[in-house]
Design a protein around this ligand. Sequence first.
Ligand code: XBP
Ligand code: MG
Length: 229
Amino acid sequence: MIRALIFDVDGTLAETEEIHREAFNEAFVACGVGWFWDQALYGKLLRTTGGRERILAHAATIGCEVDAAAIHTRKTNIYNDKIRTGSIALRPGVEALIEHARRSDLALAIATTTSRANVTSLLQATLGRTRLGWFSSIRTGEDVAAKKPDPQVYRLVLDDLGLNGRDCLAFEDSENGLRAANAAGIATVITPSVYSAKDDFTGAVSILPDLQSPDFWPEKGLPALVRLS
Ligand code: XBP
Ligand code: MG
């Protein structure tokens, strides 16, 4: 019996990676780093989860030393400004599923690699402050020593909820996210995002274009998935 829905953030709740990429590039300019990450390069760099780790991985690849923490702090500020002042939307079906979960007494939680500030501003900009309070557990990359595909962030959420993995359903867009959720024993629905379409989703209970898919729509699909898992 599923008692909680756990959502990844970037790529799953919203298509945010292009905003992250723009924020990285603006931070590189602001910090005097002569880098530019185009979409093709960023697609490869996303294999490394966590923005600071991504900067360090790129620096190691090109043999260059940078203050990754300072650049990442700048990038987080730029990203948050963009989310607060822009017009970011949730992916199709996400808001309706969250409303459905609330009506059905399913707990709601977040398990993400990004930072708490980024999650808060995204949820406030899309769902609003009141519905932000519907999430009983929000765990981020700042809470863990090892980011996805390590399952730590999911295990923290399970501890917060007082539930086992088999009581929950996770929603992810990427292979790294799927590996993390599965390693914590959580059945996972995949909605691939613009950057993760070619990932390996072996082990997912379902792969759907979005949560508005007829196969998933709560009245029909959620009970079927709950029985499945
Ligand atoms: C996706 C990520 C993040 C973002 C950038 O996280 O890997 O690193 O690309 O965010 P999610 P930060 O688990 O939500 O899909 O720069 O804050 O790390
Ligand atoms: Mg993601």
